[in-house]
Design a protein around this ligand. Sequence first.
Ligand SMILES: Nc1nc2c(ncn2[C@@H]2O[C@H](COP(=O)(O)OP(=O)(O)OP(=O)(O)O)[C@@H](O)[C@H]2O)c(=O)[nH]1
Length: 201
Amino acid sequence: MVGMTHNTVAGIVLAGGRSRRMGQDKAALEYEGVTMLTRITEAIGERCAPVLVAAPEASQAYRELSAESDLQWVTDEKDGSGPLGGLVAALRAAAAAGADVAFVCATDMPLVKADLVDELLAGLTPSTDAVIAHDAQRDHPMAGVYRTSAADALAALVDAGELRMLAALDAISTRRVGVSDPNWLTNVDAPEDLHRLRVGA
Ligand SMILES: Nc1nc2c(ncn2[C@@H]2O[C@H](COP(=O)(O)OP(=O)(O)OP(=O)(O)O)[C@@H](O)[C@H]2O)c(=O)[nH]1
């Protein structure tokens, strides 16, 4: 059955990266006068509760933003385990908050909309652990809905040294779906990406 309803869908923003290509922390970067983190948490907050921000304690985002923030922050269980390690910690926190499913995105996706959450949720079946967005270029594991019950399987991979998101998704039951507006999936890694977005190129 496709199109199940979910009582509680948490939101998870992965925000603990080092932003080396951008040269400054992407969570705190402003787009259209608002920080990326605020834009995204407000957009997904229309559908998701709680909204959790995952970052290692040592990350710039955690050190500089968490104290002043009204958001719920979840620290990675192990530093250096990358987005997958952050996802595991956040899925466990979402489960503890009563959510069976969480929408997951990166903090460098300023065009994420609540409609993306709805479209991915519509693709979740009883036997599916995750539904991720797919476009003509690639799969987008950081635009997906994940069952919180998948946390242990993903944690076992992290413990075994597998930190690649797409490889991890092959170890659980994952569906790929197209979304109606691929712009939602735009991510900005470097200053030129942000420039392109600002000039609408
Ligand atoms: N919680 C958590 N999030 C992470 C971690 N590493 C990356 N992310 C997030 O995952 C998303 C994708 O990260 P990347 O763009 O691949 O890496 P980055 O470190 O942010 O940027 P680069 O240093 O330029 O590679 C971003 O939203 C990051 O903030 C991590 O170790 N923990």
